[in-house]
Design a protein around this ligand. Structure first.
Ligand code: GDP
Ligand code: IMO
Ligand code: MG
Length: 420
């Protein structure tokens, strides 16, 4: 079977930590979309590690980690990430497999990402500028270069053709210079990439499934950033949802088992775009400060607000979530009261549906509240420790979404997780 773990909000829900925790139940961890725009944080005792393209199972001996065809790889940042993880004693050449069908992020894709954001001005997406959008555009536009191509004799020639196409679009000599200044590192990193196991991952994964192996598919970003169902156009360029694992790994739906959906106990977003429950006040600042809400990839401050059950229920529906995981519950320990949005008021009309035109509709969130936890979540170690106010909070979530809350995370550490 393949279980999937993915974010239900705008990313950064704590996927890295939870994959690292659940990894012991699986033989294979596989990333199926996204790329270096992701930043998945794990703690190995006190050591903090942030993974971008490498799956979050690499610190478990015996587990194999797959980078699927749906992922986009920037050879330069990938090389740096591999070197960092290898310096921690992980043999990535043995425990990591890369799909030959995964697309490559070229230096000119990063230039296009920058140029596109500059041109959008105030309307910019707030992209991580890692070249994600332009790379997926070339994939669907049938121009892209794939990992398997680096092993071909004509790779450099094909690189040149695509780069020339990009230079025509960019149409400024400065970009040509900038791209050229990145190329030496790019081609060095291509040589480094050749050292890893590049395989027909869809065949390999299906053979493993038939042999009874258990796979955990690790999502990146979150459902509200999904290209189809997120807050378009303020989204990323891939399918971040359960369906994305089928296309991003080559695994048929019949193999899909559990769907672990992660939500913070509140809500954050980094980059631009609609965020109905955003708190542009002291409470928002307090959540950011206590929750250390700064991007794991770009260091940007994350926008903060209360949990949005309307968006969460929508995300549970789209993904077929079987188990909810609530993270960062401890961050609300100091809040005098905790709010949950259970409806939107749009032009005076209440709805529990996530609207299509979220950009233009003026949405007033409608809240219910729970009282301050009578006991700090950070001090709880099992389900019987949890204060009644927090139990009321999780009940509101599961009653609204119709999905059970299976785990609560109450700290950064690997084992700070309570099974309900
Ligand atoms: P991801 O992208 O979904 O993997 O999440 P990030 O790593 O970008 O951001 C989540 C942040 O919250 C990281 O710094 C984690 O160490 C931290 N974190 C995860 N779960 C918890 C939790 O339950 N409590 C606290 N205090 N921090 C957590
Ligand atoms: P993880 O996996 C949070 C956001 C960016 C921007 C938008 C588009 O760590 O949860 P892109 O670079 O993809 O073109 O940016 O998506 N974004 C994320 N926000 N967590 C992420 O990943 C993100 N990956 C992209 O901030 O608003
Ligand atoms: Mg992150």
């Amino acid at each position: 079977m393949v279980d999937v773990l993915l974010g239900l909000q705008w990313g950064d829900e704590g996927k890295g930590k939870i994959v690292d925790f659940l990894a012991k139940n699986y033989q294979i961890i596989a990333r199926f979309q996204g790329g270096p725009n992701a930043g998945h944080t794990l703690y190995l005792d006190d050591k903090k590690v942030v993974l971008h393209t490498i799956p979050s199972g690499v610190f478990h001996p015996g587990i194999l980690n797959v980078i699927g065809n749906g992922v986009v790889i920037d050879p330069v940042s990938f090389q740096a990430e591999c070197e960092e993880i290898e310096s921690l004693g992980v043999d990535l050449k043995a425990c990591m497999l890369i799909s030959e069908r995964a697309h490559l992020i070229l230096p000119s894709h990063k230039a296009l990402d920058k140029a596109s954001e500059l041109a959008k001005g105030q309307q910019k997406i707030g992209s991580t500028l890692k070249g994600i959008g332009p790379t997926y555009m070339d994939k669907t536009g049938r121009n892209g270069l794939r990992v398997g191509d680096i092993l071909k004799a004509d790779f450099k020639a094909r690189y040149q053709v695509l780069k020339d196409k990009h230079l025509q679009i960019l149409n400024q000599p400065e970009w040509a210079e900038e791209i050229q200044s990145w190329e030496a590192d790019f081609f060095k990193a291509i040589e480094a990439l050749k050292q890893y196991q590049i395989i027909a991952a869809e065949y390999w994964l299906n053979e493993q499934l038939i042999a009874g192996k258990r796979i955990l598919a690790e999502g990146a970003q979150g459902t509200m950033l999904d290209i189809d169902f997120g807050t378009y156009p303020f989204v990323t360029s891939s399918n971040t949802i359960t369906a994305g694992l089928c296309t991003g790994l080559g695994i048929a739906p019949k193999w899909v088992g559990k769907v672990f959906g992660i939500s913070k106990a509140y809500c954050t977003r980094v980059g631009s775009g609609p965020f109905p429950t955003e708190l542009l006040n002291e409470t928002g600042d307090q959540l950011r400060a206590i929750g250390h809400e700064f991007g794991a990839t770009t260091g940007r401050p994350r926008r903060c607000g209360w949990i949005d059950l309307v968006a969460l229920k929508y995300a549970c529906m789209i993904n077929g979530v079987t188990d909810l995981i609530i993270t960062k519950a401890d961050i609300l320990d100091e809040m005098p009261e905790v709010f949950l949005c259970n409806a939107y008021s749009i032009n005076g009309v209440q709805t529990q549906h996530f609207p299509y035109d979220i950009i233009n509709d003026s949405i007033e969130p409608v809240y219910v509240k729970t009282e301050k936890w009578s006991k700090a979540l950070s001090s709880c170690t099992n389900v019987d420790d949890l204060p009644e106010e927090f139990n009321a909070f999780t009940r509101l979530i599961s009653d609204f979404t119709k999905v059970k809350v299976s785990f609560v995370s109450n700290g950064v550490g690997r084992h700070q997780l309570i099974t309900l």
